[in-house]
Write a protein that binds this ligand. Structure first.
Ligand SMILES: [Fe+2]
Ligand SMILES: [Fe+2]
Length: 290
């Protein structure tokens, strides 16, 4: 990893990929544009995976401060390492698609310390944001990418990443279940209020993605990004997995999502009145516009 200046961290994995190159037979059949789209997706993915490592590393001292079991702390250090490996795996795909595995890194913000709250609540807030939201969405996105991948080595890369992401998501859901007896109703209310900000942030990011163009089927099969598909995957995961899961732990996630939704200024095409109960069963592929 290199630092070009104090505010421009970037990653250069050319040397690491040279030692372990990947071949993707069949990519030459893609058009120049399709290959460029896929390459860009994997480059962004590479940087995002590396940035995820700092998130799990940041959880370690918070989990220690909250007195969480040794085994959980150890598992989280493994997750940080796995994200680094995912970054390298993505870099190998970038190179196999004819690109240079070099990228600016996304902002490396520290994991929030929520210092006004107890160490346990601070960890719960971050684990919900990281695992129950982010990693749960990653499972849906990468699972779908894996299903579409037709080139065997690419499928293998995605299968390996997916197995880890499933572990990262399950960790959050299990931890939430384990700590639930220690959460009183005031803490649950505070967490729901915090979720409004988390959901609003995610909605704004995903809304931007949804404006990206659609990709061809051939480009999708090597991981090219597709705006409407990214949005519908996010929406379905939130309404069928994440929100119901948080509600099961007594956290008013449905309320928080509705609140975040109106704050983000996102209005369904057919108006504001449709309730989230019905949205939970909405089939994929529908467009929502601001
Ligand atoms: Fe990852
Ligand atoms: Fe992950």
């Amino acid at each position: 990893m290199n630092v070009a200046g104090p505010s421009t961290p970037f990653v250069d994995l050319r040397e690491a990929v040279r030692k372990h190159p990947l071949a993707l037979p069949g990519v030459e059949a893609l058009s120049t544009e399709e290959r460029a789209n896929a390459r860009e997706h994997w480059r962004v993915h590479m940087a995002a995976e590396l940035a995820s490592a700092r998130v799990f590393s940041g959880l370690v001292p918070q989990m220690m401060a909250a007195g969480l079991p040794f085994e959980d702390v150890r598992d989280v250090t493994d997750m940080a390492r796995q994200e680094i490996e995912h970054g390298l795996a993505s870099a190998r795909v970038v190179a196999a698609l004819g690109g240079e595995p070099i990228s600016a890194l996304p902002p490396l913000d520290p994991v929030p310390n929520h210092e006004r709250f107890s160490p346990l609540e601070a960890v719960i807030r971050n684990v919900i944001s990281i695992s129950c939201c982010g990693e749960t969405l990653a499972v849906a996105v990468i699972g779908a990418e894996r299903d579409r991948a037709e080139i065997a080595p690419l499928r293998e890369v995605l299968t390996n990443i997916l197995a880890d992401e499933v572990g990262h998501a399950r960790f959050g859901w299990r931890l939430l279940r384990d700590v639930e007896p220690a959460m009183d109703s005031a803490m649950k209310r505070n967490i729901a209020a915090y979720l409004v900000a988390v959901f609003e942030r995610d909605l704004r990011v995903m809304k931007r993605y949804s404006d990206a163009p659609e990709a061809s089927f051939a480009a999708l099969a090597v991981g090219a990004s597709d705006g409407p598909l990214a949005w519908s995957t996010f929406f379905e995961t939130m309404t069928t997995v994440t929100i119901p899961g948080l509600e099961r732990s007594g956290i008013a996630a449905r309320w928080a999502f509705e609140k975040a939704w109106s704050r983000a200024g996102i209005v369904p095409l057919w108006g504001r009145t449709r309730s989230l109960d019905k949205l939970g069963t909405t089939p994929g592929g529908e467009r929502w516009d601001a």
